[in-house]
Design a binder for this molecule. Sequence first.
Ligand code: PLP
Length: 429
Amino acid sequence: MAGGTDTPFTIPVSSRIQRLPPYLFARLNTLKAEKRRAGYDIIDLGMGNPIDPSPDFVVEKLAEAAHDARNHRYSASVGLFNLRREVALKYKRKYGVDLDPDKEVVVTIGSKEGFSHLMLAMLGTGDTVVVGDPAYPIHVYAVALAGGNVISVKLGNDEAFLERIEHVLRNLFPRPKLVILNYPHNPAAMTVEPLFYQQAVALARQYGVLLINDFAYGETCFDGYHAPSFLATPGAKEVGVEFSTMSKPYNMAGWRVGFCCGNSEMVRALSTIKGYYDYGHFAPIQIASILALRKGDDFVQAQSVVYQKRRDVLVAGLKKLGWEVETPRASMFVWAKVAPQHLAGDGTIDFALRLVEHAEVAVAPGRGFGDNGEGYVRIALVENELRIKQALRQMDAYLNGRKKHQRPSSLATAKGRTTEAATGDHPHI
Ligand SMILES: Cc1ncc(COP(=O)(O)O)c(C=O)c1O
């Protein structure tokens, strides 16, 4: 053919994409998909994707607002004023924090989008960000995509962790620009008390570094624990912002609504980037979110109780398996150390692959969240209590060589089902 060549045509994607770290969950996701295609009912406790329904009254408001053609136009990229005002009211009601809805609140398309674009807004090539290890992967990927470099510091929730961060701030030149915090933590489910943030703010001021707290699990708390907001710390608004989300507390993960609140310069920088990149969220979603924030406190509380009950079932079962597990007081996860006899010399990625293959249970290998996650797995509370018990029986059968428990017929017939909704066994909210 004229002009033809034997050399394959190459697509040179940007160096931005090439500098992303390898995606360590890829093999696991492939195996899960293969097993499902082969008809296995994999009990998936790997993803932190809520399975319970969004509040009815919020869904109804969405439908009503969607019928109003005035809501079909482009919206505002920073979010509707009434939604930003409702976020400020909630911060005041729950945490005693004063926020100016015009300058200190921006609506994001989920907190993940907001976080990623804030990295783009704050970082230039070669800027450095301190991130705990293990970490929620986007805390690393978004920095890399924005051209920044990550310095990993062994995660903690105490003075020793802040001292490790201080060591980096004191010794690295040029000095890091941002420190990422995330309490209640994903994946480690660690929590903090207000004193931790006071010390973090003092550190930020001393070294001129900015703080970002990812507060995605701030309202998923158990046993009477109330996760403190970073923004309730005196001086926090001078040095940082906090991300929150509708995804977890309101079971609205697919709706993609999050918020970035706090320091007005950082909020403005994010708003500027968003002004160029998007036209704001579909207005009916924002209108329904206003109602959720205004009337959803009881719903959020009830959903936490659902997770707490699942946590109790899971922790008890893992202990019976012979694992060392701390009972988390917040988040959607149990971060469990795999018993050495079960790990059998493998890393957690291979262990998780074996668990899918032989026990038909998926968990997230700790190694996927960083070097310091090795030896642990993250188990998400995203199946109902019956299915969690079933998963534990299957793990026991495989790991401890016990007889496989007979599955209830409703589960035994399920082909490739992944959620309790699919089993027809709806959770109590
Ligand atoms: C720590 C953390 N931050 C942010 C997110 C993303 O939340 P959103 O749905 O608001 O983008 C998640 C989701 O799993 C998360 O675990």
